[in-house]
Each structure stands twice: as C-alpha cells, then as structure tokens.
Design a protein around this ligand. Structure first.
Ligand code: CUA
Length: 187
C-alpha cells in the first residue's frame, strides 16, 4: 500500500461521511416540516364537529339539567353518560357504567376550564365552558377507576376528583329497568 492509496481512501471516507451527514440533516428537516405542517394545518382548520352550550344556563334547561345527568341506556344497548365539571367537583361524582358496553361520555363545564381523565384508560379530555366534549369508551373489566380533574382550575383543583364504577352488564341492566339516570353517588 502506498502513501497515495492511504490518502485516497481517507478522501473517500470523508466524502461518504459528508454524504451521510447531509442525508441525516435532510431527514431531520423533512420531519420538522411535516410536524410544522401537521400542527399549522390542525390549528387553522375548523374542527370536524363542534357542539356548543350556554354555561350560564346549564341547570335551567337542555341536555345538562340535573335530572338528565348520569347514565342513560340507549335503545341500541349502548349507554350515554352526561356529566358536568364545576369548581371543584364533577356531577355525578360517581359515574356508573356497565362492562362490555359501548359508552359515550358527554360533558361540559359550568364555570372554568376543567379536564376529565379516567385512570387506566385513554379517556382524557378538556371540559371547556360553552363547549360539549364527547369521548367514547368501553370497559371489559368491572371495578373502580379514579377520575381526577387534569386541568388546573384554581386553588381547589387538587381536590377535584370523581370516580367511574364499572359493574356487571346484567346488574346494570337490572338497575336501569326503572328508567331514569343512573349514578353511584352515595353508594
Ligand atoms: Cu377542575 Cu382542576
């Protein structure tokens, strides 16, 4: 091997290394552009579905009057849960739902921005006054799940907790027979 050969391979190595450096920078640039595009696109496009409500009149009429809060069984066998978040509690504070059943959660806030998070699930949404948040869920196992407020809503935030109690499907059906809205408050 001559000295010249040695220089040549060093040049080749440097060239290839430079090429890979350029490729890796390009990959980063492409990902940054994609992320920027996705973020800006989402920010400027209107939401697919927006439902509004008047937070000052929730208790007077409409979907979120007190007598309509809790869990309702739909004709197709699924259930709808309606709840309100307010400083510093959820109504109902204990949500009762059946296992192995599609559940639609509809909730809103009566005052400031709160959040609903059901531990151990991917249910996690903000409750914004004036807007209805909708989430879909399904529990396979019975049991209690904690439901803390996940959005700082002033000094009582830490104490704002609810609970979701999942009971057996048949037991729920038996309790739902009398109609009305179910919850596990006070149980
Ligand atoms: Cu409600 Cu934090």
């Amino acid at each position: 091997m001559t000295v010249q050969d040695g220089n040549h391979s060093a040049e080749v190595a440097a060239r290839i290394e430079k090429r890979w450096a350029v490729i890796s920078v390009l990959v980063v640039v492409v990902f940054v552009l994609l992320a920027a595009y996705a973020g800006i696109h989402q920010a400027v496009m209107p939401q697919g579905r927006v439902e509004i409500t008047d937070p000052t009149r929730l208790h007077l009429s409409g979907e979120f009057v007190e007598s309509n809060l809790g869990t309702e069984t739909e004709p197709d066998g699924s259930v709808t849960v309606r709840a309100i978040g307010q400083q510093y509690s959820f109504t109902p504070a204990c949500i009762l739902v059946p296992a192995e059943t599609p559940i639609r959660l509809r909730a809103t806030s009566a005052d400031v921005v709160h959040g609903i998070l059901i531990q151990g699930t991917n249910v996690n949404t903000m409750l914004v006054p004036g807007y209805i948040s909708e989430q879909f869920m399904r529990f396979e196992k019975t049991g209690d799940y904690l439901m803390p407020c996940q959005e700082f809503c002033s000094f009582g935030h830490e104490g704002m907790w609810g609970k979701v109690r999942v009971i057996d499907k048949a037991e729920f059906a038996a309790r739902a027979k009398n109609g009305g809205r179910l919850s596990c408050v006070g149980e």
